[in-house]
Design a protein around this ligand. Structure first.
Ligand code: DX5
Ligand code: ZN
Length: 215
């Protein structure tokens, strides 16, 4: 069993002091950074885009895992690579999932697929062979700081069983409302990557929270 990887979500960072906050979580043991890009269409919120990803790239060598909550990500795959993203996560709810996954792979980026709370996890199954990771949303995407939805745990269990049944090796992550109080349940369900925004960035001691999440 691989060690759990922890990815702080920058959505909960202090944008006026982003470099400082990144340094704090990097020193605190973060394994990657999760960057939530929202377009106000796929989700009812707007966050940040390419210039912020490029600026973050200048401050850290950590893997930049960019979660694209965009109605039409296809034209932006190349630009997010240029900006410095290492891995892109897109949503299985998109109309043109296959074309977007193909584009991500053609650009040589790691490719992940996310599933919303209202979508059955089996929607991911047709794409498993093509993925470097899968991400189960434990909140409706669009906002940080929401309450964890425990139904995500069953989806993780089902997904991990399907991955194992097929003899694949795809790390499953969980995103939304993850904190030290539910991290053990996430890990037990099979999650290998925990994305956490407010739990990490609102902490006095992010290193402590990251260690607690890792278990
Ligand atoms: C929600 C985002 C999450 C969010 C997590 O749309 O995809 O990554 O930032 O934030 P917390 O951990 O505060 O729920
Ligand atoms: Zn996210």
């Amino acid at each position: 069993m691989n060690a759990t990887r922890i990815g702080p979500s920058l959505l909960a960072a202090d944008f006026a002091h982003l470099a400082d906050d990144i340094e704090r979580v990097e020193r605190g043991g973060a394994d990657f950074l999760h960057l939530d890009v929202m377009d106000g269409h796929f989700v009812p919120n707007i966050s940040f885009g390419l210039p912020v990803v490029a600026a973050v790239r200048q401050t850290t060598r950590l893997e930049l895992n960019t979660h694209l909550m965009l109605q039409d990500p296809l034209p932006f795959i190349g630009p997010f690579k240029e900006a410095g993203s290492d891995s892109l996560v897109v949503h299985v709810e998109l109309e043109s999932v296959q074309a977007v996954l193909d584009a991500i792979r053609q650009h040589g980026l790691q490719c992940g697929l996310a599933v919303n709370p209202s979508t059955p996890v089996s929607a991911l199954y047709p794409y498993l062979d093509e993925l470097n990771s899968a991400l189960v949303m434990s909140v409706e995407p669009g906002f940080g700081g929401q309450a964890f939805q425990p139904a995500a745990l069953d989806k993780i269990r089902d997904l991990c069983a399907e991955i194992e049944r097929r003899g694949l090796d795809i790390p499953v992550g969980i995103d939304g409302g993850v904190q030290p109080g539910n991290a053990a349940a996430c890990r037990r369900a099979g999650a290998q990557c925990l994305v956490a925004g407010s739990a990490v960035f609102s902490a006095q001691d992010p290193a402590r929270v990251i260690a607690d999440l890792r278990g």
